[in-house]
Design a protein. Structure first.
Length: 321
């Protein structure tokens, strides 16, 4: 039996959605140590899986590896379509576990497109590979067409910058009980609508923010500046998506973020991907205060939800037998 352990990621946003610039997308995000995904695989003659959402990935993995089958058990997981990147982690964990169960090796980055992953952002794949804070290089803009590319007809965007995240930083993760974020064809449609009308000036502002503020902040371990810059990047992305998600943030994320912004224990807050997950940045000494702030923010927004504190993850997924 081969067991893969990986975890969630935060996606702060993209560098560019305008067709006026040379490269499109360019994800910015980082790997968390929890919530976790633990998946185990054994060789089998057919596909057997105890998780309905994992099974389609297992079937595609079996086809990609050209093996007869696998018995896969998902021992621990986190919800899909809430902005934490579970789909990519589930697909890649299935790949590595099934490959090892059959005494094979597989490269996550190479096979990810065949599993339908890495078509826009490369943050999830990079987080699975090495963890840390990641900036990817996006795709050439000339590849954009009115219709999505055929599945697998892309390369995962290259990592152009990666940094370890300070071990004492903690990320407040709030998952409100609300409708799941966009995915699949709905997400494709929303992204294309946003791209077709995207203001190129926002991309210029994000480029300056990334190079002059966010990257220097992670390199110098400046938590306050990093949190504020990541929050600003998210707000700028929200200007692109406002028509698609009902505002700069997808409700109820805006109310939660507004509450967190005034909390002394939290430096920077934003929406992860399409939401509804909200993140806030704090440190190990302020975890209790940050958790309380998160619970108050949910109350103020009038919704229930889960609140947790996660350390950063500066290594890739682990494999054991």
């Amino acid at each position: 039996m081969a067991t893969v352990t990986t975890a969630a990621r935060l996606h702060f946003g993209f560098q560019n959605l305008s067709l006026a610039h040379d490269r499109l997308y360019g994800g910015v995000g980082l790997a968390l140590d929890e919530p976790r995904l633990v998946l185990a695989a054994e060789p089998a003659e057919t596909v057997r899986c105890d998780d309905d959402e994992a099974e389609p990935y297992v079937r595609r993995v079996v086809e990609a590896l050209d093996v007869p089958g696998a018995e896969v058990t998902v021992r621990e997981r986190f919800p899909r379509h809430v902005g934490l990147g579970s789909g990519t982690q589930l697909a890649l964990a299935s790949l590595i576990a099934v490959a090892r169960a059959h005494d094979l090796t597989a490269d996550a980055r190479t096979v990810a497109p065949r599993l339908g992953r890495g078509g826009r952002s490369g943050v999830g794949v990079a987080a699975f590979e090495r963890g840390g804070f990641v900036v990817d290089g996006g795709h050439p803009t000339e590849r954009f067409t009115a219709e999505p590319p055929a599945e697998g007809d892309w390369d995962v965007p290259p990592v152009v910058s990666r940094h370890d995240v300070p071990a004492r930083w903690r990320f407040l993760v709030i998952v409100p009980d609300s409708d799941p974020g966009q995915s699949g064809s709905e997400e494709d449609s929303s992204m294309r609508a946003a791209i077709e009308r995207a203001d190129p000036g926002i991309g210029d502002e994000i480029a300056a923010l990334l190079t002059r503020t966010l990257l220097p902040a992670i390199a110098t371990r400046d938590r306050g500046t990093f949190g504020r810059a990541a929050a600003r990047l998210g707000r700028l992305n929200g200007a692109w998506y406002a028509d698609e998600q009902g505002g700069v943030y997808r409700p109820p994320a805006g109310d939660i973020i507004e509450s967190l912004t005034g909390a002394p224990s939290v430096t920077g807050a934003g929406q992860s991907s399409w939401g509804p997950t909200v993140w806030g940045l704090t440190d190990a000494d302020r975890q209790g205060d940050a958790r309380a702030a998160g619970e108050r923010a949910l109350d103020a927004a009038g919704v229930d939800g889960d609140v947790l504190l996660a350390a950063p993850r500066n290594t890739g997924a682990s494999l054991s037998e």
